[in-house]
Design a protein around this ligand. Structure first.
Ligand SMILES: [Zn+2]
Length: 291
């Protein structure tokens, strides 16, 4: 297989959700996985999935209110609300809204959910800029508004600890996919065992993005490299990502399956997924240098 074919194959295996995302940008029809409802499910401890079939929205609950990470497309609010209520929680108790990457498929309902709940939006400085201009200043997809702008109430950076009730959630800046991409980690004690849980933004490379030759933004290549290195060092036991397909959610969990803290236990799969992305990244760079 020549380099570009080999890359295409890798790209398809590792990034099928990214191909969908490119297709969605080109056509007006969103991929089915972005609009197909999915029932809520418990991941571990206070962490639940409340999103669509392939767009992950995460709820982290506490006695003092909840954190919601991501939204879906613009009309996803009702489904997210229904899922939260089906779990027995109150949508109005959402206090903090977080993102993993300021792309419209994860942020388009943020302004509406903020208005309905009064929650604060917290984001890294570079994703905050994009959230506040509705995607206009996105160096790859920008030049137009792709979602409703939302005011960011607090800038969060590497190593910050978000506290709410008994939650202590560490912020990780993992730039590359967007300039301000972020992940979140926390520990959970379940059934006598401690787990490190990661809500990890994967460093996928959207189609058409340039890394070293006329790069999409100045430090994009070093951002991706530092993200892969930092992510591989995290001692993750349980992981989830912005698209359910990225962490093989559908092979780990079937709807209705009884809860076990081990369902999403996958430290080796986590490292493999990052190594696959790193390989694809090196292929993109070598293809650019070959052209
Ligand atoms: Zn994205």
């Amino acid at each position: 297989m020549n380099a570009s074919l080999r890359f295409a194959a890798l790209f398809f295996v590792a990034h099928c959700s990214v191909i969908f995302s490119t297709a969605a940008a080109a056509q007006s029809e969103p991929p089915a996985g972005w609009v197909t409802p999915h029932p809520p499910f418990k991941i571990i401890g206070p962490l639940y999935g409340v999103g669509m079939l392939d767009l992950s929205v995460f709820l982290i609950t506490s006695e003092e209110g909840h954190i919601l990470i991501n939204t879906g497309l613009v009309d996803s609010t009702q489904h997210i609300k229904d899922n939260i209520e089906a779990l027995g929680f109150d949508f109005q108790d959402i206090k903090i809204l977080l993102t993993m990457q300021a792309h419209w498929d994860h942020t388009a309902a943020m302004a509406e959910i903020k208005a309905l709940t009064g929650a604060e939006v917290w984001a890294t400085p570079k994703d905050a800029r994009i959230l506040e201009d509705g995607g206009f200043s996105d160096p790859h997809f920008g030049g137009r508004q792709s979602f409703e702008p939302v005011t960011v109430d607090r800038r969060i950076t590497q190593g910050d600890i978000i506290t709410l009730g008994d939650l202590r959630i560490e912020v990780h800046e993992h730039p590359g996919h967007t300039e301000g991409s972020s992940s979140y980690t926390f520990s959970v004690r379940e059934q006598g065992r401690d787990y490190v849980v990661g809500v990890i933004n994967m460093g996928t490379i959207n189609s058409g993005k340039r890394l070293v030759v006329e790069p999409t933004y100045e430090n994009v290549a070093s951002d991706f490299a530092s993200t892969y290195n930092a992510q591989k060092k995290l001692p993750i036991d349980i992981w989830v990502s912005a698209h359910n397909g990225q962490y093989d959610m559908h092979s780990k969990y079937q709807t209705g399956q009884a809860y076990s803290p081990e369902t999403f236990y996958d430290p080796a799969g986590y490292v493999r997924a990052i190594e696959r992305l790193e390989t694809a990244y090196l292929e993109v760079i070598s293809d650019e240098l070959d052209d």
